[in-house]
Design a protein around this ligand. Structure first.
Ligand SMILES: [Zn+2]
Length: 338
């Protein structure tokens, strides 16, 4: 099943079908299923990411205004008609996920709602040619511009979103939660990988499918989020550390490994504060390590999985000695007590 829907997603996102290759009904049904699977992964990542940034907000010096909404543009898909149908939208932009316990959930927004306007600005009128959007692939620029606009508006006051649901238009006020920064996205890819670029945490669809539980999923998201919160990318770039292939050797390897160890250590605190079981990091890496052994996670830039598991065990033991304040543990790596 997995292979089939990857192939379908790749087709949906990348390779346009020519007019002569009109897909048959069976193919279309499979494509809808593949899109719904992708939406489920998006929903899980959005929920886990939001819970982590919200629960750990007291320990982040910089904060971001968030609603817990995940938006999607059907321009991201080749067969836009099928995508619109699968996602339940009546227009090009809509809501694909709403994080539990978020302002968007309190506002009763829901997946399938079509977004028409932010305050008085219709979505079609939002400029998508700003210089800060140039790095985004064109089909992702409108959603990036909308997210920016919502965040800027939320920093000043509540935002009103006009949506269409079941053919009826409604204008709904949405509040902001001030959370740790970082956005989260599923990247459709047949490799198992996750990354953090300083602002965004990306998890490949193939890896997202591999997690047995949300706690395992949270272990990897918390590790990548930790890289962002500790500003590792800026730090490594400032030291001119080569993060590419040659970074696996020599001094660069040592500095990357140090960053990896910090991300692992911080991840279990972030998980615990968000109510995830930190032991899931051990379960995940043991399972992954036993199944994969070699590969990138055992390159010289990363601890081998057995050593990683030992590190998690040590950190969880240290966490056990920490005294909770308001039910939460202050992570030493964020509060500078380390
Ligand atoms: Zn890492």
């Amino acid at each position: 099943m997995t292979r089939i829907w990857f192939t379908l997603l790749a087709l949906t996102l990348a390779a346009p079908l020519s007019a002569q290759e009109e897909p048959d009904a069976g193919f279309k049904a499979e494509m809808i299923l593949a899109l719904k699977n992708l939406q489920l992964l998006d929903h899980r990542l959005n929920a886990i990411g939001y819970r982590l940034v919200d629960a750990n907000a007291p320990y982040c010096d910089q904060k971001a205004a968030r609603t817990g909404l995940l938006l999607n543009d059907v321009a991201q898909y080749v067969d836009q008609e099928t995508a619109r149908f699968a996602l339940g939208f009546s227009g090009p932009i809509g809501i694909t996920a709403v994080a539990p316990d978020s302002p968007a959930e309190s506002a009763k927004l829901s997946p399938g709602d079509t977004l028409l306007a932010i305050n008085t600005m219709a979505v079609e009128e939002i400029a998508v040619d700003g210089p800060d959007l140039a790095n985004e692939p064109p089909p992702y620029r409108r959603v990036a511009a909308i997210n920016q606009m919502i965040e800027q508006a939320l920093a000043q006051r509540n935002v009103e979103l006009t949506i269409s649901r079941g053919g009826m238009n409604q204008t709904i006020p949405v509040a902001a939660a001030m959370t740790c920064p970082s956005q989260f996205q599923i990247r459709v890819s047949a490799d198992r990988s996750a990354s953090a670029d300083g602002k965004l945490v990306s998890v490949s669809s193939r890896l997202a499918e591999y997690f047995l539980t949300d706690d395992e999923f949270a272990a990897v998201v918390a590790h990548e989020l930790a890289h962002n919160l500790l500003k590792h990318r800026d730090e490594l770039d400032a030291k001119n550390v080569n993060r590419g292939f040659f970074g696996q050797f020599g001094e660069s390897a040592g500095q990357i490994k140090a960053a990896e160890i910090e991300a692992d250590r911080l991840s279990v605190w972030l998980m615990t504060n968000a109510g995830y079981d930190p032991q899931a990091a051990i379960r995940f890496w043991t399972r992954y390590g036993m199944e994969h052994g070699k590969g990138i996670f055992s390159a010289s830039t990363h601890y081998r999985w057995k050593k990683r598991v030992q590190l998690f065990e040590e950190e969880i033991a240290q966490m056990g000695a920490a005294v909770p304040v308001d039910g939460k543990l202050a992570p030493p790596l964020l509060t500078g007590q380390d």
